[in-house]
Design a binder for this molecule. Structure first.
Ligand SMILES: NC(=O)c1ccc[n+]([C@@H]2O[C@H](COP(=O)([O-])OP(=O)(O)OC[C@H]3O[C@@H](n4cnc5c(N)ncnc54)[C@H](OP(=O)(O)O)[C@@H]3O)[C@@H](O)[C@H]2O)c1
Length: 331
């Protein structure tokens, strides 16, 4: 029976949740063909929800969160995945109702495991993590809908967060003029380092507006915020423009009218990184390791150990995070 360390969240009293680092046994892991020694995981908004008792994300506690992980296969029942191979797992049920990457071991179905793309090391894969994959999917959706560099400015909301900051980096690398919306004036320099050409205050978008349409400004947008922000972004898209919507940090609900859609032909593109077929995830990971490789990732990423998880998750939940957190399980 092998023991390993994990950050486990328990319900201490009714609706009060607390996490701590505990010793767990491999025998308690769920069934799956691959037993993996986790090298790195990362922190995502959904992890912060899971770690704080959000039953929409995680139904049962005690629970080990962590919706993504990279690690070495220790034991395999699938000949396509030999022992010693390094694999990447993001989404599906990992860290939601299956023990996740905030532990030194996971056991998962082989159908969840992607090969690490060539040219990408394990730490970089989790500096990007689910946030990077999602940013890549948003950019991919916009490009598939015809976005070109000469169409004009592309807006990224929640731009200092995990998805936002990597979306800024990818779009800038592809030559787009990126406008980053943020609530953190102290992060202006960092956003410029990632390639943003202009930084704007997120409060410009955050309030409800009675105007049916706004001035046409955005060729496209990546929105992680939802709520009134998303509707204001839709109202400010140029004719034929698209917004890739992937998040809900302001609100999962938003009011809308059909006017921007029927007067300007704009597009609202939904992006999901969780249940997406593995082959599509691998396609985006290859791009992230190749043409879409984002520089300065280490500057927007803080490396932490299990003992620093609680504080970092609280920062994410309060909307105060800047960039990404890389969780090193070997520390
Ligand atoms: N669809 C998918 O597959 C998928 C995958 C990954 C993430 N997501 C979702 O995408 C969103 C972002 O995830 P993340 O990991 O990037 O989160 P994050 O690192 O916590 O970043 C979110 C950012 O949003 C901004 N923000 C926070 N609260 C806000 C508010 N009340 N109003 C407006 N802006 C606010 C902040 O940036 P500024 O201070 O710079 O404005 C914050 O840093 C989450 O809702 C997450 O669930 C979806």
């Amino acid at each position: 029976m092998s023991q390993y360390k994990a950050y486990e969240v328990v319900e201490v009293t009714d609706k009060q949740y607390q996490g701590s680092v505990v010793e767990k046994s491999e025998d308690d892991l769920s069934d799956g063909e691959l037993l993996i020694e986790v090298l790195y995981s990362s922190l995502n908004y959904k992890d912060a929800l899971s770690a704080s008792g959000n039953r929409g994300v995680t139904r049962h506690y005690p629970h080990v969160p962590g919706i993504d992980a990279v690690g070495t296969i220790l034991d395999s029942e699938n000949p396509q995945f030999p022992k010693g191979q390094v694999v990447l797992v993001t989404g599906y049920d990992l860290g939601m109702n299956t023990s996740g990457g905030f532990g030194q071991r996971i056991r998962v179905p082989a159908s969840w495991a992607a090969s690490l793309p060539s040219g990408m090391d394990p730490a970089t894969s989790m500096r990007l993590g689910t946030a990077g994959l999602t940013a890549g999917l948003c950019v991919d959706a916009l490009l598939k809908n015809g976005l070109q560099v000469d169409h004009g400015e592309v807006l990224v909301t929640g731009s200092t967060g995990g998805v936002g900051i990597i979306a800024v980096g990818i779009l800038a690398k592809l030559g787009f003029q990126v406008v980053a919306s943020t609530g953190k004036p102290e992060a202006v320099q960092l956003l410029k380092t990632m390639g943003a050409s202009e930084i704007i205050d997120r409060h410009e978008f955050g309030e409800p507006s009675s105007r049916p349409l706004l001035a046409e400004r955005w060729a496209a947008a990546v929105d992680v915020v939802g709520g009134d922000t998303l509707f204001n972004v839709i109202k400010g898209l140029k004719y034929g423009g698209s917004v890739a919507a992937c998040g809900l940090v302001q609100s999962p609900m938003f009011q809308a009218s059909v006017l921007p859609f029927i007067l300007r032909g704009v597009n609202l593109l939904g992006v999901d990184s969780v249940e997406l077929p593995l082959i599509e995830k691998e396609r985006i990971w290859s791009k992230l390791a190749g043409d879409w490789k984002v520089g300065a990732l280490d500057q927007v990423c803080t490396e932490i150990g299990l003992d620093q998880l609680e504080a970092s998750l609280a920062t994410i939940l309060s909307g105060g995070a800047i960039g990404r957190f890389l969780l090193n399980l070997q520390r």
